[in-house]
Design a protein around this ligand. Structure first.
Ligand code: GLN
Length: 243
């Protein structure tokens, strides 16, 4: 029997950055990798752990957290900024949700006025306000079609140069209350405010991350056709929910 090719996921800060079920994104990647015929391997990374070699990693995933969780991981993230900038420049696929999306930008100024320096993977800045942007959210994306999720953040994110948003907001707020952008797609790195978790209801994004990872590692992606009827039913129901 031939050995199944391994895809290694680095799961960033699962202890402190896991809100609204964001760890579910990792479960989806693990399951879909198995269904596509790969062997998933997950490395959890928490502050002060030792990072693996970049060349051993195929995919990076990180979730959201409130300002308090961001404070816990902030120094550690800053000390590893170069690792993540190199990974992004090298085309590594990543998904960063909410709190980590903010800290992968240039800066995040909290609603109390404290500025946390970001690691500058995204040329964005985030400013916290009194208003919380909360509720179900729907986007349209050229790459992924309709994207469905849930947002809850006080930070509003702005591009500091023209960047490609993950999608355009159809229902909800997204990056901020002034433009219709949600998230960012920079090289193969996705930043987004969408929880839910995101990937169970958006298999197209999960398979983009997986196929990009497989092509980088093995030069090709030999995926299987997956029965996504349950995900499609969940999407249909989610689209009928009020904001
Ligand atoms: N602390 C950030 C904000 O409220 C991130 C929130 C989150 O990750 N849900 O803007």
């Amino acid at each position: 029997m031939s050995k199944k090719p391994v895809i290694t996921i680095l799961h960033l800060y699962p202890r402190d950055m896991n809100i609204y079920g964001d760890n579910g994104n990792v479960q989806v990647l693990v399951k879909r990798l198995e269904w596509h015929g790969y062997t998933p391997s997950v490395i959890e990374y928490n502050p002060e752990d030792t990072l693996p070699n970049l060349s051993d990693i195929d995919l990076i995933i990180g979730g959201g957290g409130q300002d308090s969780g961001q404070n816990v991981i902030h120094q550690d993230l800053l000390s590893n900024g170069k690792f993540f900038r190199n990974a992004a420049d090298d085309g590594l696929p990543m998904l960063l949700v909410c709190g980590l999306y903010q800290l992968f930008g240039n800066s995040f100024t909290t609603h109390t006025g404290t500025t946390l320096e970001g690691i500058r993977v995204f040329n964005t800045k985030t400013i916290g306000g009194k208003e919380r942007l909360v509720g179900n959210i729907t986007l349209e994306s050229e790459t992924f079609g309709t994207i469905i999720g849930y947002e809850n953040h006080s930070g509003q994110t702005y591009f500091e140069e023209p960047l490609t948003p993950l999608g355009l907001v159809r229902i909800g707020a997204g990056n901020n209350t002034t433009d219709d952008h949600e998230g960012v797609l920079y090289k193969n790195v996705i930043g987004t405010y969408l929880h839910g978790s995101l990937l169970p209801k958006n298999p197209a994004i999960a398979d983009y991350l997986i196929s990009t990872a497989a092509k980088r590692r093995y030069g090709e992606f030999n995926g299987q056709s997956i029965d996504d009827s349950i995900a499609m039913r969940a999407r249909t129901v989610a689209l009928t929910r009020p904001r």
